[in-house]
Design a protein around this ligand. Structure first.
Ligand code: NAD
Length: 336
């Protein structure tokens, strides 16, 4: 039976890496009807809107989407389409697995952690204003309901995956009310429902020091929106960079999968973007849809291509001299 999946190709390297993932999903034997949807800077140029209403409606209807990165103007311009999409679709939980891959050079060899990021609140609420000329305020929002639901989601995820420990990163020594609420909710959910899971709270600056010194001590990391954004990229650096870290934004009735990286304008159109993060996001998506055998085939294929170690196949960001296309072709060949 054919699966219907929404597809946002994205900006910059988005079309290159999503095309690769689409080819790999087909090679894994999944029959997909892709519903292509406009969003981002390209949609603004072509449709006059960065996030057309029909894009939101289609994802709500089909419930699953694979998304390339979307560019956001800096210091002005339209509101981030990523933020808008997550808010409009109620995608409050982002899950970003970070692990070593065979043959990908990195400083550590024992990284096997997951970052869970609250996706809808914090400083991403977009509530900024100028009080008087020269003075601006940006509001950090935390609500009991959103802090509680992300804590529940994180513990449920931890338990369902057989993971053992949740560490919350916070700055409640300074943001006593907002981050204070975040850790109170996490601690309450832990005590009430998941006492057998190990629980730890770390002030985020200390947490980052521990991450770069000994990432193997972490299992599941839970944090609010901005910290999750920053720590995701930091963690990507522990395992070979942004080209190898996937993400899912998942709630009960809707899910959008995307690489953690952005549109990488510095390499867009050069054919050297690493498609692996997008391919891994597609594998997460297939798992989410119950296509677990196909997801496993994709995982086995990229492990095999990476283990092979041929630098002509892999992209430069992970020590190769290949291209997006050479890696994709190697994946297709490995999938037989
Ligand atoms: P970026 O992630 O696009 O790039 C950071 C660095 O990593 C660059 O050197 C880039 O070349 C490299 N890189 C990223 N992905 C790569 C890949 N697949 N293969 C090889 N190298 C890769 O971050 P940025 O430059 O800070 O942001 C560029 C744009 O992307 C901005 O407009 C930003 O708002 C947007 N962005 C979007 C998302 C998203 O859509 N989820 C996430 C982050 C940033």
């Amino acid at each position: 039976m054919s699966e219907t999946i929404c597809l946002i190709r994205g900006d910059g390297i988005g079309p290159e890496v999503t095309s690769s993932a689409v080819r790999v999903v087909a090679a894994a034997g999944v029959d997909v009807e892709w519903v292509e949807l406009p969003a981002g800077a390209s949609a603004l140029n072509e449709h006059g809107q960065a996030l057309p209403e029909r894009t939101v409606a289609a994802i709500m209807g089909h419930k699953v989407c694979l998304k390339g990165p979307l560019a956001t103007p800096i210091g002005g311009g339209f509101v981030s389409v990523n933020v808008q999409l997550r808010r409009r679709l109620g995608l409050y939980a982002a899950v970003r697995p970070v692990r070593n891959l065979p043959g990908v050079p990195s400083r550590f060899d024992d990284v096997e952690l997951v970052v869970i990021r609250e996706n809808t609140e914090g400083l991403y609420s977009g509530l900024e204003h100028e009080v008087v000329p020269g003075v601006v305020e940006s509001l950090k929002v935390a609500t009991l309901s959103a802090c509680t639901r992300i804590a529940r989601w994180a513990f449920e995820y931890t338990e369902s995956r057989g993971r053992k420990k949740v560490t919350v990163f916070h700055k409640a020594n300074i943001m006593k009310m907002s981050d204070g609420l975040f850790i109170r909710c996490a601690s309450k959910i832990h005590e009430a429902f998941y006492p057998d899971i190990e629980y730890e709270e770390l002030i985020i600056d200390n947490g980052c020091m521990h991450l770069v010194a000994d990432p193997g001590r972490f299992d599941v990391l839970l944090m609010e929106n901005l910290y999750g954004d920053l720590v995701s990229d930091l963690c990507a650096g522990l395992v070979g960079g942004l080209g190898v870290v996937p993400a899912g934004n998942i709630v009960d009735d809707c899910a959008v999968f995307e690489p953690v990286h952005g549109s990488a304008p510095n390499i867009a159109g050069k054919g050297v973007a690493n498609p692996l993060a997008c391919i891994m996001s597609a594998a997460m998506m297939l798992n989410h849809m119950g296509q677990t055998a196909a997801a496993e085939r994709i995982k086995t294929a990229y492990n095999a291509v990476l283990t092979d170690g041929d630098p002509a196949l892999r992209t430069p960001d992970i020590g190769g001299r290949g291209t997006t296309d050479s890696f994709t072709q190697a994946m297709v060949a490995a999938l037989g």
